[in-house]
Design a protein around this ligand. Structure first.
Ligand code: PRP
Ligand code: URA
Length: 210
């Protein structure tokens, strides 16, 4: 059974998402917006991080307060476009380790092709947050999650900016244990498997390659 996605409908995110979708937004601003939205989604995706109590001295005297407990986290961007979210999430959790998974969609079939995988050696002991701005057919996310699970990871979240219903359903069926966070659930895919209304090709807009 699939888990309901967490859709971040906060006004700040929705405003930034409109700027991101606009075809007149250039690469520099696009990159900034992707990182800002990633930071805001990460705030929610990290809500269940465990805390532990510590004793400290404030200027007023002793106090028992909370800090993040030692559970380890890794961010794994899916290349290329997922890299656009990395600085944004590291701004909140700078101590996390980072892995990389390289995938691109075949232009004819939209089936993901794997070309790179480098993960922290202790990835099996870490909670993982996968990063990719676009969840379209779900093929890339399913493949990346499968690769990470094959290395022993049990607690995986998937953070994207725009999801299509088709992709959500596919990931939910293949990996029902993975919680998905997004800023928008869009309408559908077109016949080339691009998200409508979407924002176009995220990688090309981040890197100015088209
Ligand atoms: C885009 C996007 C996702 C994938 C989503 O990457 O960043 O990885 O498509 O589509 P899916 O859900 O149908 O698999 P793309 O393949 O264009 O590669 P790029 O980031 O290197 O441009
Ligand atoms: N990948 C993108 O970058 N955009 C889409 O709309 C679909 C897949």
């Amino acid at each position: 059974m699939s888990i309901k996605p967490f859709i971040m409908d906060h006004p700040l995110i929705q405003h930034k998402l409109t700027l991101l979708r606009d075809k007149n937004t250039g690469s520099k601003e696009f990159r900034e917006l992707v990182n800002e939205i990633a930071t805001l989604i990460c705030y929610e995706a990290s809500r269940d991080l465990p805390l532990e109590e510590v004793e400290i001295e404030t200027p007023m005297g002793p106090a028992v307060t909370k800090v993040l407990s030692g559970r380890k986290l890794a961010f794994v961007p899916i290349l290329r476009a997922g890299m656009g979210m990395l600085d944004g999430v590291l701004a909140l959790i700078p101590a996390a380790k980072v892995g990389h998974i390289g995938l691109y969609r075949d232009e004819e079939t939209a089936i993901p092709v794997e070309y790179y995988c480098k993960l922290p050696s202790d990835i099996a002991e870490r909670d993982v947050i996968l990063l990719d701005p676009m969840l379209a057919t779900g093929g890339s996310a399913i493949d990346a999650i499968t690769q990470i699970k094959a290395r022993g990871c049990k607690n995986i979240k998937f953070m994207c900016i725009i999801a299509a219903p088709e992709g959500l359903e596919a990931v939910g069926n293949a990996h029902p244990d993975v919680q998905i966070y997004c800023a928008s659930l869009d309408k559908c895919l077109n016949d080339k498997k691009y998200i409508l209304p979407g924002l176009g090709d995220a990688g090309d807009r981040i890197y100015g390659t088209k």
